[in-house]
Design a protein around this ligand. Structure first.
Ligand SMILES: C[S@@+](CC[C@H](N)C(=O)[O-])C[C@H]1O[C@@H](n2cnc3c(N)ncnc32)[C@H](O)[C@@H]1O
Length: 254
């Protein structure tokens, strides 16, 4: 498989002007293609042993109501399938074609597409975005853009739920899920940093769940106005108020 193929969600092919995949995306994709089957085998029943994560999914299902929802970085679709079983209209998107193939096989009633959270090609109007342990592979300087993309595809009041490793480090994972070769950066982040990024991207953080050892889930809601657009308005108002007062032109009809 060519690692530098340009990305496109199926049904929305990448335009010829889209540049080739950058190295970290290509490496992440190749890594998860390599481990897809063993990851699926090892994680198939993971939720059964994680009551707090199941609880978070029940809360999320209540918040998003009739959906629709996208599970972004869905892997083999076990969490997507769980949400579906809770009655949530959900689709999955993942960078790795091998993961998507397994997800489709395991959950034939759910739509899964290949795509990257760095270039989301889905229509807006979602009630929810789920990104569990997938943002962990995105470099810090790309996270604000990814979160803006989440905001764009959500409707006002829509909910994003992010799951991640806590800490403050990044390490290169070179093998995993049964010793298969991988080349992927794994970021551990302080919840405060993730919450600050969400706020800056136009979300109101509403809740967080901290789990030992070193895991967190944060819930945030798309705010009506993005701080960036508010500050643009504020800057314009400030600029106008600082302009020298114009002299009234007397005696001229307006
Ligand atoms: C650790 S797995 C998590 C899978 C699933 N969300 C879960 O909770 O088990 C990380 C997943 O994120 C996907 N991923 C990594 N970078 C991505 C990106 N830029 N866009 C979409 N998916 C991505 C990987 O292919 C992989 O399936």
């Amino acid at each position: 498989m060519a690692l530098v193929a340009s990305l496109g969600v199926e049904g929305h092919p990448a335009s010829p002007t889209v540049p080739s995949m950058v190295d970290w995306l290509a490496d992440t994709r190749a890594s998860y293609d390599t481990v897809a089957q063993s990851y699926a085998d090892q994680l198939r029943d993971a939720l059964a042993e994680r009551p707090y994560l199941r609880g978070a999914l029940v809360t999320f299902a209540g918040l998003v109501g009739a959906g629709p929802v996208a599970d972004i970085g869905c892997g083999p679709g076990h969490v997507t399938g769980h949400l579906h079983s809770l009655g949530v209209p959900v689709r999955g998107i993942d960078l790795s074609p091998a993961m998507v193939e397994i997800a489709r096989e395991n959950h034939p009633g759910i739509r899964f597409d290949v795509g990257s959270m760095t270039d989301l090609r889905i229509d807006g109007g979602l009630a929810g975005v789920l990104a569990w342990w997938s943002l962990i592979h995105v470099p810090d300087d790309e996270v604000p853009g990814v979160l803006s993309g989440f905001r764009r595809v959500l409707r006002d009041g829509g909910v994003v739920m992010v799951g991640f490793h806590t800490g403050d480090s990044v390490h290169l994972k070179t093998a995993g899920y049964g010793g298969h070769p991988m080349k992927v950066n794994v970021h551990h982040r302080p919840p405060e940093r993730v919450k600050d990024w969400l706020t800056a991207a136009g979300f109101a953080v509403e809740a967080e769940l901290l789990m030992e050892p070193g895991q967190a889930v944060v819930f945030a809601r798309r705010a009506e106005a993005c701080p960036a657009s508010r500050s643009t308005v504020a800057r314009s108002v400030e600029a106008v108020s600082q302009e020298p007062p114009t002299q009234p032109t007397l005696g001229r009809a307006r």
